[in-house]
Design a protein around this ligand. Structure first.
Ligand code: APR
Ligand code: PHB
Length: 389
């Protein structure tokens, strides 16, 4: 088998790249380890920056998004009993779009299907060969049979646990990491959201977030110790702890109901540099992870794919290698700023037992400053809606 670009991973990064390349007349094959149902069963964040929405429109996959998604002009930060709205639209010029990552992925799969684009599911033992030569190839097993794809370039879009980053010699990669001493317990419930807009809450006992997927589907999170298991959190306990972490007027408006999904995710900041080795290019979670505070994961995947698709299209249109040479530096410049913002929001809003009373006072002072300073709110707003590409 031959294609111009071999793409490993059929998550949002890999599918969006395939879609943009296809529209530019560049052939690709996507190799995905899991089934389509499994990929679409994953629940992830749901806040899209303007740049990500623009890219989805350009890829021709935003029709349902434009019909169904809500634009939020603000976001609230709660501290104990106080609730403060950050006016994103006034401070940063525009808001954010609420649309679940699962829906983005579903729209991308539908579009790949409509274009007849190749996505090979249940591709096992994907391996990268000759990435440091001009003629790389991929091998994998499909239903027990050995397969091979020859290509010009490989895009490693296979997430944090994928094979792409691990295929780069350790001496060629620098890794930067912070693992946080807590996780997020998330609950999805068929209930109307507690408020019109998202609420990020700092409470002495820990962080909480009120988010939503629609007017009848809510997504909530509370900070939990890493040792906790989902079984430790029956619905009643979750609702009780969540309401305790919210200002009284929000807790009073909270509509509870049975959870339809419940999971615990650890929080991590991670970057691998550079995002290229020879003809292998990393994009999305394969190269970097942000903690979910600020919802930058999918948005960073989108900016990586913006730069990578432009670079590949430039190469195939006129042999221009400048974009490919600049890809890693361009992507990382934006990645590090989103890493900083996600780390900052995480540091501000969670309970860190090990930083003691001094750390808690620093958080309180910073929140007090944020609530009173338009300059501080502008910094939050322009990062939250997304820095320019
Ligand atoms: N071979 C083939 N596919 C693989 C392999 C492998 N060895 N390892 C992983 N994959 C697949 C996974 O099954 C998954 O579907 O690669 C895909 C990677 O998708 P994501 O993890 O969603 O990563 P990405 O597409 O970069 O999207 C980034 O998704 O993980 C969230 O928070 C993240 O919102 C961000 C966004
Ligand atoms: C979500 O809706 O799941 C969500 C929203 C905002 C975040 C993280 C997750 O910062």
């Amino acid at each position: 088998m031959r294609a111009q670009v071999g793409i490993i991973g059929g998550g949002p990064s890999g599918l969006l790249l395939a879609q943009l390349l296809d529209r530019a007349g560049i052939s690709s094959v996507v190799l995905e380890r899991r089934t389509r149902e499994h990929v679409l069963g994953r629940i992830r964040a749901g806040v899209l920056e303007q740049g990500a929405v623009a890219l989805l429109r350009e890829a021709g996959v935003a029709e349902r998004l434009d019909r169904e998604a809500e634009v939020h002009g603000g976001v609230a930060i709660a501290h104990g009993d106080r609730l403060h709205r950050i006016d994103l639209a006034a401070l940063a010029g525009h808001g954010v779009t609420l649309y679940g990552q699962t829906e983005v992925t579903r729209d991308l799969y539908d579009a790949r299907g409509a274009m007849g684009g190749a996505v090979i599911h249940e591709a096992e033992d994907v391996a990268i060969h000759g990435a440091d030569t001009d003629a790389p190839w991929l091998t994998w097993r499909e239903g027990g049979e050995a397969r091979r794809l020859d290509c010009d370039f490989i895009a490693g879009c296979d997430g944090f646990h994928g094979v792409s980053r691990r295929s780069i010699p350790a001496a060629r990669l620098a890794e930067f990491e912070r693992v946080y001493p807590f996780g997020w317990l998330g609950v999805l419930s068929r209930t109307p959201p507690a408020a019109e807009e998202l609420i990020y809450a700092r409470h002495v006992e820990g962080f909480a977030l009120c988010s939503m997927r629609s007017r009848s589907l809510s997504r909530y999170y509370v900070q939990v110790p890493l040792s906790d298991r989902v079984a430790d959190w029956p619905d009643e306990r979750f609702w009780e702890v969540l309401s305790r972490h919210l200002p009284p007027e929000v807790a009073a408006a909270l509509v509870t109901g049975p959870s339809i999904e419940k999971s615990i995710a650890p929080l991590r900041s991670y970057v691998a540099e550079p995002m290229r080795w020879g003809r292998l290019f990393l994009a999305g979670d394969a190269a970097h992870i942000v903690p979910p505070t600020g919802a930058k994961g999918l948005n960073l995947a989108a900016s990586d794919i913006r730069y990578l698709s432009d670079a590949l299209i430039g190469f195939y249109r006129g042999g221009d290698e400048v974009g490919l040479a600049a890809y890693s530096d361009r992507a990382l410049a934006r990645v590090w700023k989103a890493e900083r913002f996600s780390w900052w929001m995480t540091s501000l809003l969670h309970r860190f037992p090990e930083t003691g009373a001094f750390g808690a006072r620093m958080q309180e002072a910073e929140l007090d400053y944020l609530f009173a300073s338009r300059a501080a709110q502008t910094v939050l707003a322009e990062n939250y809606v997304g820095l320019p590409y």
